[in-house]
Design a binder for this molecule. Structure first.
Ligand code: UDX
Length: 444
């Protein structure tokens, strides 16, 4: 099938490449010309496992092309996947639909110039319940002869394993309001359903809500284990064992029960806030959802005081080292990263940070509060960042941090303290070297 992708970001690019690898002919569109030029040269615009290989392969096979000309996408596509960003509106906390509105207006107008050829618009971006219906009405108002069907097809890909997740979905969700959309969407996902991966058709509103309900539920699950972890730190109960044992109960499942520095990324934090706002608008007081939002913010804001406590209050005017800037490993994304809260809170307390992250530095510089930038220095390797600092904090679970020479690091940090917000090191080994090793869940 011929498919178009509007918005070549994390989802648009990875999934465009996946569809191409599954045998579809894909045209990816983005308004940023430099991005399109770079992709046409075979250079990935983001960090994601295997993306370079898939990009090269599909460009060579000519199963994917990149364009900044909307006409090219619309004239050549039976199904157009809308993959633009729907970030948090910083003023209201609601889902910002401006990119959805601008892109669908352009599609509507452009389609008229192409003789209103039929297409299906599959909305892949996360949008509040009722949005697809409103978008449809809006597009038809702009161009009453627009010949299209709209369906909701939310994505569930995790950054860092987006390609694997797309190719091995727990389920494909498609919200439709007619048989033709169902048949065409069934066809585009046939290479996956033929392998046994399930496709679940619902109405459009249900599909929109499945995305918010799933992400917010996982946000609650992680927030819950983080609170259990705080109890463990005061009582000596072992949070890892609790997570494992809870997970043995099939009703709970062991996944997403790992405590950490708080939840980041482009989805969970903003989707939970947007769902709470959706409830507000409907006149509902969604107490569990609101609590999960606040619990996560509180956890991330508590990181600096935890570090200060572990150093016995001896950090003012000093420099600590920080391993990790991205919100989790295997991505270059720093959106809502706990490292942002940590650095910003430390800066307010006149504590400087030497940081190293293998892929996140550029995006972190762009995201962090400019006031904190004077307090942070970025390094190209871990040892240069750690040298002559007071103590070491690990906040992202990159594999390479596990391989460092901690005997060498022992001589580099003044207070001989490691604070590990991801539990990636071995307690006995660190204590044998002589470190005071604080990890998530450890009784102080
Ligand atoms: C998420 C969803 O998983 C995905 O389905 C959706 O489409 C996009 O949002 P992503 O944001 O890439 O994916 O990251 P994910 O791996 O889900 O982790 C989210 C956050 O939770 C990270 O900050 C991670 O460190 C944290 N986390 C995850 C934990 O603290 N503990 C866990 O057990 C799992």
């Amino acid at each position: 099938m011929k498919i178009g992708i509007i918005g070549t970001g994390y989802i648009g690019l990875t999934e465009g490449l996946c569809f191409a690898s599954l045998g579809q002919h894909v045209i990816c569109y983005d308004i940023i010309k430099e991005k399109i030029d770079q992709l046409n040269k075979g250079i990935p615009t983001l960090y994601e496992e295997n993306i370079d290989v898939l990009l090269k392969e599909n460009l060579e096979k000519k199963t994917i092309t990149f364009t900044d000309d909307l006409k090219v996408v619309l004239s050549g596509s039976e199904i157009v996947f809308l993959c633009v960003n729907t970030p948090e509106n910083p003023e209201t906390g609601e889902c910002d639909l401006s990119q959805i509105m601008t892109s669908t207006e352009s599609i509507s107008k452009m389609s008229e110039t192409l003789g209103n050829k039929f297409f299906i618009l599959a909305v892949r971006s996360t949008v509040p319940v009722g949005t697809n219906k409103k978008v449809k009405e809006h597009m038809l108002k702009i161009n009453p002869k627009l010949n299209f069907l709209i369906c909701s097809n939310p994505e569930f890909s995790r950054q860092g394993s987006a390609i694997y997740d797309f190719m091995n979905p727990d389920r494909v969700i498609v919200g439709v309001d007619n048989e033709k959309s169902k048949e065409r969407m069934g066809l585009v996902y046939k290479p996956l359903t033929d392998k046994g991966f399930p496709i679940f058709f619902t109405n459009i509103e249900t599909a929109e809500m499945i995305k918010y309900a799933s992400n917010t539920f996982l946000n609650i699950k992680i927030g819950f284990i983080n609170e259990i972890c705080d109890i463990c730190e005061m009582t000596g109960a072992n949070v890892e064992d609790i997570g494992k044992a809870m997970g043995m109960d099939k009703r709970i499942s062991p996944l997403f029960l790992k405590p950490g520095p708080g939840i980041g990324g482009s989805c969970f934090p903003k989707d939970s806030i947007a769902l709470a706002k959706m409830g507000n608008k409907l006149g509902l007081d969604l107490q569990i959802i609101n609590a999960s939002v606040n619990s996560n913010i509180a956890r991330k804001n508590s990181l600096a005081s935890r570090v200060i406590n572990y150093s016995k209050n001896k950090l003012e005017g000093k420099t600590i080292s920080l391993l990790g800037l991205t919100f989790k490993a295997n991505t270059d994304d720093t959106r809502y990263s706990p490292a942002l809260n940590l650095v910003e809170e430390l800066a307010k307390k006149n504590i400087k940070v030497n940081a190293y992250d293998p892929h996140g530095t550029d995006k972190f510089k762009y995201m962090v509060d400019p006031k904190a930038l004077d307090f942070i220095r970025f390094f190209d390797n871990a040892y240069d960042a750690i040298k002559d600092t007071e103590l070491l904090v690990i906040i992202t679970e990159w594999d390479e941090y596990k391989q460092l020479d901690y005997k060498k690091i022992y001589d580099m940090v003044q207070q001989k303290v490691i604070v590990d917000f991801r539990n990636i090191l071995n307690e006995q080994e660190m204590e044998k070297i002589g470190f005071k090793y604080y990890y998530i869940g450890k009784k102080i």
